[in-house]
Design a protein around this ligand. Sequence first.
Ligand code: ATP
Ligand code: MG
Length: 243
Amino acid sequence: MTDERLATGIASVDRLLAGGLETDCVTEIYGEGGSGKTLFCLEVAARVARAGRWVFYVDTEGVSVDRLRAIAGSDLDRILKRLLLSTPKNLEEQGRAVATAGALAREGQRPVGLLVVDSATFYYRLSLSGSDEDDARQALSLELADLVVTAREANVPVIITNQVWRSLREGTLEPLGGSFLNHAAKTILRFDRLSGARRRAVLVKHRSLPEGSAEFRITDTGLEGPVPGDRSVPSPPAGVQLT
Ligand code: ATP
Ligand code: MG
C-alpha cells in the first residue's frame, strides 16, 4: 500500500479521499443512471492526460467527444493525444481490452497515469439470467483480478464504474457484480442524485479512511465541489496536502 494519491480536481471529493484516489488499487464507483459516474471518469481522465500521462479508457457505453470537449476546453487535442480509448462490443472484447491496457501499463514503456473501465458491468448485466450467466461471472472475475494486479504492480490508479439494482426488500440501490467485485475494489464510492445538478459521493469502503460523504455538482464544464452550504465533508487528516 502506498501513500500516493491522484487528486481528482474536485475539491470536496479530494478532501473526502484525503487527497484523492489511491494509486495502487481499484476504485469502484456505483450509482444510478445520471449520478455522474461517466462525467467523473472523464474529469479525472482529462486531468491526468492534460498533465502528460497516458490514460487507458475502456468505454462500453460510448463516450461522446462532445462531453470530453466540454471538460477539456481548449486542451482537447492535448488530452486526446494521451487518451487510449477502446470501445468493446461485448464482455469478451472488454476482457481483451482490459488485458491489453494492463499489459501496456505494467510494461512501463510510457507513463500511465490512469486506467478506466466505464462501465465494468454493462455487458455483464446483459448476460444475467441467461444461459451464459456463469461464463459472464467468471469473465468479470478474471478481468477484475487483472485490474487488481495492474494497479498494484504498475502503481496505476484504476477506476471502474458499476451499475445498480434495486433491492425491493431493503429499498436500497445495490451494486452489481456480487461480492467478488466488492472485495476487488479497495475503495468504493456510491454516487447519489440530489436535486438539480447536485450529486453526493458517499465513501462506502476505504482501506484507511472512515465512511463519509461529499457533495459536488455538474456544470457545463465538468464537476465542481464544494457545493455552497454543504457541510457533509469531513476535515482532511492533519498533514495531508491537497494537490
Ligand atoms: P449511467 O449509469 O447512465 O451511465 P452516469 O452515472 O454515468 O449514468 P453521467 O452520464 O456521468 O451519469 O451524468 C449524466 C447526468 O449529468 C445527467 O443526469 C445529466 O442531466 C447531467 N448533466 C449533464 N450535463 C449537465 C449540465 N451542464 N448541468 C447539469 N447537469 C448536467
Ligand atoms: Mg455512464
